[in-house]
Design a protein around this ligand. Structure first.
Ligand SMILES: [Zn+2]
Length: 308
């Protein structure tokens, strides 16, 4: 029997003074409730764990934790066990992969050959390949050594086009790219405003940034939170700042609209994806049409255009 206590990840906690996206002062923040460092289920008050406070910016709707726990080693969050993770089907590229987004991009910008694209958090490089196949000159950055290895060795991505770096570490020429994508990354960065400032510097005037993030008005989260509230429990389901999948922020269209005033871009288009409801399937026929109609699906997709 092992009687050694299990060591948990250690964090440094930062107090948030202004909204990261719209810069509103903390007087505009509202407490939503507490979030445990694990899956909460229906009885979070009966579980042991560490909590942080989840807040919402009343000015732009951004949801964030305050204080914000930042792991002393980022690798504690993103070290994946390759044996658990790599299954053969992950390496197959569906012919429709990223097709909807490419069509959407073509509607926004007259298409030319050899447009330069950057995928931030390229993973296995599937999006780089999809863009290359339709004529883009595609680049990427990926901080995880295991993903980088698989992308370059198994998926055949050119090492000259994919760098093993995080956005914080990467550097490119100013005004180099026509299209930059934050596929499943933006909700994982600690300072989304800073990530955007950096990406915008690399983007040509009139270029586009594509971002997909968790919607701060997701109906399923509101229903689960109401369930806690009716039982007078001080918990919310939003975010996962200290456990997988490590979502640090949830966003609204206003978060980007107001951030764009400071950073010189406009929202050219946006849309919502319903995705799985994460509630018992029996409610799907009622909830999915409501989500579609009221823009309360799980994911928000925005297309940002840098001022010309
Ligand atoms: Zn805000």
């Amino acid at each position: 029997m092992n009687l050694e206590p299990k060591k948990l990840i250690t964090y440094t906690y930062y107090e948030i003074g202004n909204c990261n996206m719209c810069q509103a002062p903390s007087i505009q923040f509202k407490v939503l409730g507490k979030r445990l460092n694990k899956s909460q289920g229906f009885k979070p008050h009966l579980l042991s764990g560490i909590t942080t406070t989840v807040m919402k910016c009343n000015n732009c709707g951004l949801i964030f934790s305050n204080p914000q726990p930042v792991p002393d080693s980022i690798a504690d969050h993103y070290n994946v066990d390759p044996k658990k993770y790599w299954r053969e089907e992950y390496f197959k590229i569906d012919e429709n992969y990223f097709k909807g987004e490419i069509e959407w991009f073509k509607r926004l910008k007259p298409f030319q050959k050899n447009l330069k694209s950057l995928d931030i958090g390229a993973g296995l490089g599937k999006q780089m390949i999809a863009l290359q196949n339709v004529g883009f000159d595609s680049y990427g950055i990926e901080p995880s050594p295991s993903f980088y290895k698989m992308a370059t060795e198994k998926m055949g991505i050119d090492k000259g086009k994919l760098e093993m770096k995080s956005i914080e570490e990467a550097s490119f020429e100013d005004e180099f790219f026509d299209f930059i994508s934050f596929g499943a990354v933006f909700e994982h960065v600690y300072n989304p405003n800073e990530a955007l400032v950096k990406a915008l510097k690399w983007l040509k005037p009139g270029g586009f940034i594509h971002i997909e993030v968790p919607n701060s008005n997701w109906l399923s989260a509101k229903i689960i939170n109401l369930g806690y509230k009716l039982r007078r429990l001080d918990y919310v389901t939003n975010l996962s700042p200290m456990h997988s999948p490590f979502h640090l922020h949830e966003f609204t269209v206003d978060s980007f609209k107001l951030n764009g005033i400071h950073n010189n871009y406009k929202i050219e288009d946006f849309g919502y994806y319903v995705c799985p409801t994460n509630l018992p399937k029996v409610f799907d026929p009622i909830l999915r049409p409501i989500m579609r109609k009221t823009d309360t699906g799980m994911q928000l997709c925005v297309w940002l255009k840098k001022a010309e």
